[in-house]
Design a protein around this ligand. Structure first.
Ligand SMILES: [Zn+2]
Length: 202
C-alpha cells in the first residue's frame, strides 16, 4: 500500500458517512453553492478554514496564499474576489491570518529567496511603517505576531480601497470586510478589525 492510499481510503469513508446520513447529500451539493463568506487565508497546513470554523461544504468560498496577502495585481485573487462579490453575492469578506506565520517571519527575518522575498514585500513595508511599535515589543516571536496583526488590518484597508468592493458598496450591496486572526496555541479565532457596509454605503 502506498503512503497516500490512506488519503483515498479516508475520502471514501467520509463520503460514505455523509451518504448514510443523507443519501442525496452529494447530488444536492452538486447543484450549486451559496456561500456567505469569502475567506482569504494563509496557505499554512494548520489553518484550514473549514476545520477551524467547523463549517460544512458550500459555506466558505476560499482563496489562500502565503501570509494571506491582498495584492492588487494578483489575478488569482481578483478573479476569486470578482466571482465572490458579483456572482455568488457573498456578504462577508474575511482576511484571516494567524500567529506563528512563516510568511510573516520570512519578511521579519529579511529572508532572501527568489521565490518568496518579493511576495512578502508588503509585510516588509508594514514592518518599516511600524518600526517603533514593533521594536518596543519584547522577543522576536511576539514581534512577528504583532506584525501579523498589523498586516491583516492593512489587507482589510486595501480591500476597502479596491474598485471591485467600492463599486459593490456604491450599488448598495451589504458587504462586510473583516480582519481575523487564528491562534494556533489555543485554537481560537479573534476579530481585529471590521468594516461595516452602513459606514460605506452613501
Ligand atoms: Zn501563515
Amino acid at each position: 500500500m502506498k503512503s497516500y492510499d490512506q488519503i483515498f481510503l479516508a475520502n471514501r469513508a467520509w463520503a460514505q458517512s455523509l451518504k448514510s446520513a443523507d443519501k442525496e447529500y452529494f447530488q444536492k451539493m452538486a447543484l450549486g453553492q451559496t456561500p456567505k463568506y469569502f475567506w482569504i487565508g494563509c496557505a499554512d497546513s494548520r489553518v484550514s478554514e473549514t476545520v477551524v470554523t467547523k463549517s460544512q461544504l458550500g459555506e466558505l468560498f476560499v482563496h489562500r496564499n502565503v501570509a494571506n496577502l491582498v495584492n492588487e495585481n494578483d489575478t488569482n485573487l481578483l478573479a476569486s474576489l470578482r466571482y465572490a462579490i458579483d456572482y455568488l453575492k457573498v456578504k462577508h469578506i474575511v482576511v484571516a491570518g494567524h500567529y506563528s506565520c512563516g510568511g510573516v517571519k520570512a519578511a521579519y527575518d529579511g529572508l532572501e529567496d527568489p521565490y518568496i522575498t518579493d511576495w512578502v514585500s508588503d509585510i516588509k513595508s508594514t514592518l518599516n511603517a511600524n518600526g517603533k511599535e514593533i521594536e518596543a515589543i519584547e522577543g522576536d516571536m511576539n514581534r512577528i505576531d504583532r506584525l501579523a496583526e498589523l498586516s491583516i488590518m492593512k489587507q482589510v484597508d486595501k480591500l476597502a480601497s479596491m474598485d471591485l468592493i467600492k463599486d459593490a458598496w456604491a450599488r448598495g450591496q451589504r458587504l462586510f470586510i473583516h480582519g481575523w486572526i487564528f491562534d494556533l496555541s489555543t485554537g481560537e479565532l479573534n476579530s481585529l478589525k471590521e468594516i461595516h457596509p452602513d459606514d460605506m454605503i452613501q
